[in-house]
Each structure stands twice: as C-alpha cells, then as structure tokens.
Write a protein that binds this ligand. Structure first.
Ligand SMILES: Cc1cc2nc3c(=O)[nH]c(=O)nc-3n(C[C@H](O)[C@H](O)[C@H](O)COP(=O)(O)O)c2cc1C
Ligand code: SF4
Ligand code: SF4
Length: 289
C-alpha cells in the first residue's frame, strides 16, 4: 500500500508516534510518505491508498492549527483515512477530540476506518516519571499491534464519544484563543538566555524573532510548548501557564517498554483513567492474538 502520514506536533511526541507507525508500515512492505504540518506545509499529491492523521490533544480537542490544515485538504471521495491521536491522560472526555476532523472527512466523503488514542508523556502540567513512561510505551506498542491487526482484517474501529465528551470538547474549543491571549505574555529571562537562537529556528510558525538583541514573541503562538520545552537554559516563561511548564526532552526511543504496575503505587484521581484504558487494550489484544 501507499500511505501518507500527516501530523502536527509541538514537542515531537506525535513525531515519535509517527515514526513507530512508519516503521511498522515499512516492515509490511508498504511505501510511506510523511508530512509534518507547520508554516508553509503543502500537499502536492493525494494519490494514496491510506492517509493517517496524527495530532496531540489540546484541551480535549485537536489543535486548531491542525484542524484548519485538514479542512483544506482535498480528500478524494472514498479516500480511506485513519486517525492516531495521543495525549498525556486518557480520560474518556477526550473521546470527541476528532470532532471537527470527522466533520471535514464526512463532507469530502472520505472514509474513516480507524481511530486510536495513544498515550505519551505530558509536555505541560507536570513531568511523567520514567517508570510510568515505560508502562505507557508498552501499551502504545500493544495498541499499534491492535491497529495493524484491524487494518489487515479490515475491521472498522472508531472512537464514539458520549454526550459529555462532545460537550466538553465543544466548551473547551475556546482553547484556540489561548495562543492569541497567552502567547504575547511569553517572556525570556535574559539572565538565563544564552542567545542560542534555538527557539527562533524551531518554532513551527515563525512566531519568535530577535529584536535589538532581545528574543520577542509575536501574536500567532500555537501554545505548542516547543520553545519552552526545548530551551537549553529553561529561560522561557509561558505567561499564565508558567506554573505548568515542563522543560527538557523525553528520549522516548531510549526507554524500555514494559509493564511495571506503576498504577498500583499511584492511585490518585489523575491516575484513575489509565486502569480502564489499559484494561481495554489488554482485552482487545487478548481477543485478537
Ligand atoms: C496547550 C496544550 C493543551 C493540552 N491539553 C491536553 C489535554 O487536554 N489532555 C491531555 O491529556 N494532554 C494535554 N496536553 C498534553 C499533550 O497532549 C501531550 O503532552 C502530547 O504528548 C504532546 O504531543 P506533541 O509532543 O506531539 O506536541 C496539552 C498540551 C498542550 C501544549
Ligand atoms: S532557546 Fe532559550 S537560550 Fe536559546 S535563544 Fe531561545 S530563550 Fe535563549
Ligand atoms: S512561540 Fe513557542 S509555543 Fe508558540 S508556536 Fe512558537 S514554539 Fe510553539
């Protein structure tokens, strides 16, 4: 098959997931092209057997920037599409995050054949512990096994949101204003900044520049966290969200992928969403294999 993977990423977790998918498709003998959505991205060819759409969940929605891009894609009638989304937690309230993408696909008469919600570490709020990352990566691999099994057997599998998830997604679509409101509040601590220019060259939408020797932020920030996450001297303050800033990359390809019963030692409300999520993956996996 000829596959196209179109994705948006802030801090490269979706890029990592895309590379896992790519490896698996290649090992089946498929041909894979990849398009990362950023300033200037364009689709020149849509002659593919299957198109994958990947994104990180932002406040129970797909990033507005990604939605807008997908809205402009001229999918062929009957084009087969799958969605691979990922986020830090897996509350069922995330189930309606592909709401707009599904609407665009329907309008263009493309066919959604699969949707999966993977879990990868938070790039905001707090840093995931290494042991937990090992466990979530183990479940991501299982979910990939499930996805490829369903693809092979032509099993349609799409996440159906309940009313509450749809309502949450609708209410929190207000997050799209976040970048306009909070973006201009981004600031660089000049005592920490080493003037490396990394934030300027890495920003996916050229929102950062140097003016009179100072790093300045314009007004079209996507709140993707890339600049503050990867700043080598943790010099960027992210406005009202500064208390939730995470700085420093996760080397996802270097982690072990193993079950270690992390949840048994962490039974706060936050971790309560993973148990049913992992359990469901185990159930489907055991049913298929
Ligand atoms: C603005 C913003 C909003 C987010 N909202 C959510 C959320 O509602 N639920 C969640 O689980 N993770 C949320 N996250 C965390 C990301 O989805 C998660 O860390 C993801 O792996 C980042 O992917 P990326 O590296 O491809 O950008 C949010 C991150 C950002 C930057
Ligand atoms: S990445 Fe950090 S240290 Fe480098 S120029 Fe930007 S703010 Fe300064
Ligand atoms: S300014 Fe930072 S957070 Fe905003 S879009 Fe650019 S890299 Fe992302």
């Amino acid at each position: 098959m000829k596959i196209l993977l179109i994705y948006f990423t802030g801090t490269y977790n979706t890029r990592y997931l895309t590379s896992l998918l790519q490896e698996r498709f290649l090992s089946r003998g498929d041909k894979v092209d990849i398009l990362e959505v950023k300033e200037g991205s364009k689709i020149t060819d849509l002659d593919y057997d299957l198109i994958g759409l990947g994104y990180p969940i932002y406040a129970f929605n797909a990033p507005n920037y990604f939605n807008k891009f997908i809205k402009g894609v001229e999918f062929k009638k009957d084009q087969k599409v799958f969605i691979y989304k990922q986020s830090g937690e897996v509350f069922k309230l995330n189930d309606a995050s592909s709401r707009k993408i599904k609407k665009y696909l329907k309008k263009k008469k493309a066919i959604l054949i699969n949707e999966k919600h993977y879990v990868l570490p938070y790039n905001i709020h707090f840093r995931f512990e290494d042991k937990f990352i090992e466990e979530i990566l183990y479940y991501d691999e299982r979910l990939l096994d499930i996805f490829f099994y369903e693809l092979e057997k032509q099993i349609i599998s799409i996440i159906e949101p309940n009313f509450l998830a749809t309502l949450t997604s609708l209410l929190l679509s207000i997050q799209k204003l976040g970048g306009y409101l909070n973006g201009p509040l981004y600031k660089v601590d000049k005592n920490k900044c080493i003037n490396c220019g990394k934030c300027i060259s890495d920003c996916p939408v050229n929102n950062i520049s140097r003016r009179k020797g100072k790093i300045v932020f314009s007004n079209h920030c996507l709140m993707c966290m890339r600049c503050s996450f990867y700043c080598p001297s943790d010099a960027i303050k992210i406005g009202i969200l500064n208390g939730w800033k995470v700085n420093g990359k996760y080397e996802l390809s270097k982690y072990k992928k193993e079950k270690n019963d992390y949840l048994k030692k962490h039974d706060t409300f936050f971790y309560s969403c993973y148990e049913p999520y992992f359990k469901k993956i185990d159930e489907i996996y055991n049913n298929y294999f």
